[in-house]
Design a binder for this molecule. Structure first.
Ligand SMILES: Nc1nc2c(c(=O)[nH]1)N[C@H]1C(S)=C(S)[C@@H](COP(=O)(O)O)O[C@H]1N2
Ligand SMILES: [Mo]
Length: 529
């Protein structure tokens, strides 16, 4: 019996050790949140470790994460980080029962890892970025040290059984742990409120924006750009429904009043800085442009259409004295940098070849939503987002492709990213069971800046049939198509392919998204009956 009770005692001790580890880790995160709210919200330990993990994730794994978790990829990552932290914390708590100093030292080590991650973030603002992790770790180490040993007074030992007759006082331990947890929750709540207040300035600046009327409006969209087919993607994607792809775990909240855009670099005869009001005061263009992500699989969801309002980028570059390479300019790459340190590189030639490359301030009649780059982002027809569509932009540097690789290029993606021709079947869905008879097969096709000239549908191994096309809004937009399929009962594979405005038929060759975008025909299997 003695053996059993010893076992029970050590089990309880172990559990209490794990609890003290978890409580101290929780304290660390809460204190770090409070300090981060004072220093810089994006310097919090989970955010910086998550950012470091995102930056170091091999391309294939990142591709897998986007495929599997979609736009929840960052939530899954943060949950993973917290789980790992929780496991280590519990282990440290148990270890510190026997080796009290080890626990505290382990916690401090975590603090150093967090601080290192914070200092090496591309948007780090200096040594202060290390503070949230270090402060969190210091308080956490003290909490763990206290919980895992005798209290200062020695009168009411908490967990230690080291001293003669000093059995663990479980009530004292629970009290101390609860006090720590409650205090930490309070600190975390204060931190969150302070961070929220920071965001309020940005939100107020956005609410105050009155978008001017465009000097060059987009043509009115004819109703015929939208086919009357249930379940086809809306021609214009609502801002709330627009896909979001970026590496930001905390969406940057930028105050338009203090925002500045700097244009500088190689061959920039007159470097300049622009304010938001200066941009709004210029002649604005309004254009319909469909955006696509290079990570979009064949048939995937990362494509959306909006009406953008902004300043023609070529005009600004011109004003700064930039010449395209074809006109003797020394810079062939424009590197856009965001407030969160992201870099995207676009060919200067493309930006100045007459297409509607712009610094957008408006999206579907609204100031840009925070998720989509408020106050200003780039939008370039014909190029995948990762080489053109910089959100939360604050710096434009002219350079060469030979001398600088932007973020995704360092991670095995192609330097150049023209959008590949794609067609997608929106309806019927894969493995749908439509009633036999005439089934509306419909979807969208895109080949931005070349346009869509033709869409064909094939049933099983039959001949290609022309689909009906909606009106083409422009070469830079997607185009809806539909095909009234007279179906026979049974299982069928439906395949679609598009031809772009240059007469090039979309290739059948299936490629992965890495390095320069997926190609191949989309098909779905359905059963009619
Ligand atoms: N600052 C910043 N801008 C960014 C990115 C990013 O990670 N950070 N991702 C790019 C990518 S890969 C794409 S496809 C588009 C997506 O824009 P959206 O989220 O508004 O749809 O933004 C681009 N701009
Ligand atoms: Mo993308």
């Amino acid at each position: 019996m003695a053996g059993v009770s010893t076992f029970r005692t050590s089990l309880i001790r172990g559990a209490l050790g794990a609890v003290s580890g978890l409580v101290s880790a929780y304290t660390a995160l809460a204190v770090a949140e409070l300090v981060a709210s004072l220093v810089r919200p994006r310097a919090g330990p989970v955010t910086v470790v998550g950012g470091a993990a995102i930056d170091r994730t091999p391309a294939a794994l990142k591709d897998y994460a986007i495929r599997t978790f979609g736009e929840n990829d960052k939530l899954v990552l943060q949950f993973g980080i917290l789980s790992v932290l929780g496991l280590f914390a519990a282990a440290l708590g148990i270890a510190s029962l026997r080796y009290r100093r080890c626990g505290a030292a382990g916690v401090l080590l975590f603090g150093v890892v967090g601080a290192a991650a914070a200092l090496t973030r591309p948007d780090a603002q200096g040594p202060v970025d290390a503070l949230p992790s270090l402060a969190g770790a210091a308080v956490s180490a003290a909490v763990l040290h206290y919980l895992s040993g005798e209290p200062v007074s020695r009168a009411a030992p908490v967990l230690s059984t080291r001293g003669p007759g000093s059995g663990p006082s479980r009530r004292g331990f629970l009290l101390a742990a609860s006090v720590a947890a409650v205090a930490a929750t309070g600190a975390g709540a204060v931190g969150r409120a302070l961070t929220g207040r920071r965001g309020e300035g940005a939100a107020a600046s956005r609410a105050a924006v009155r978008l001017p009327a465009p000097a060059s409006p987009a043509p009115v969209l004819p109703a015929s750009v939208q086919l009357k087919v249930a379940d086809i993607s809306a021609f214009t994607t609502a801002n709330e429904d627009f896909y979001r792809v970026d590496t930001a775990q905390v969406v940057p909240k930028v105050d338009a009043g203090t925002w500045r855009l700097k244009i500088h670099g190689k061959g920039v005869a007159r470097p300049r800085t622009y304010t938001y009001q200066e941009l709004l005061g210029r002649p604005l263009i309004e254009r319909d442009i469909t955006l696509t992500c290079v990570s979009n699989e064949v048939g995937g969801p990362y494509v959306g259409h909006a009406r953008w309002l902004g300043v023609r980028l070529a005009d600004l570059l011109d004003e700064c004295g930039v010449k395209p390479p074809s006109n003797g300019g020394p810079a062939d790459q424009l590197v856009a940098r965001s407030v969160d340190g992201m870099t995207l590189g676009s060919p200067v030639e493309d930006l100045m070849d007459g297409r509607d490359a712009m610094l957008a301030v408006g999206m579907n009649g609204q100031p840009l939503p925070f998720d989509h780059g408020f106050p200003v982002r780039m939008v370039v027809p014909g190029l995948y987002g990762y080489v053109s569509a910089c959100k939360w932009i604050e710096d434009v540097e002219l350079t060469t492709f030979d001398s600088y690789d932007a973020y995704w290029v360092k991670r095995a993606w192609s330097r150049r990213g023209p959008i590949k021709t794609q067609a997608r079947i929106d309806t019927p869905k894969p493995f749908a069971r439509p009633a036999a008879g005439t089934v509306a097969v419909a979807g969208v096709a895109w080949a931005q800046h070349r346009g869509i000239a033709r869409v064909e549908v094939r049933i099983d191994d039959g001949a290609w049939q022309d689909a009906d096309l909606a009106t083409q809004a422009g070469a830079d937009t997607w185009r809806q198509w539909s095909y009234p399929w007279k179906s026979a009962p049974g299982g069928h594979t439906l395949t679609v392919r598009a031809t772009d405005g240059t007469g090039q038929v979309q290739t059948e060759e299936r490629t992965r998204t890495i390095p320069d975008g997926a190609s191949g025909w989309h098909s779905v299997f359905v059963t009619t009956g």
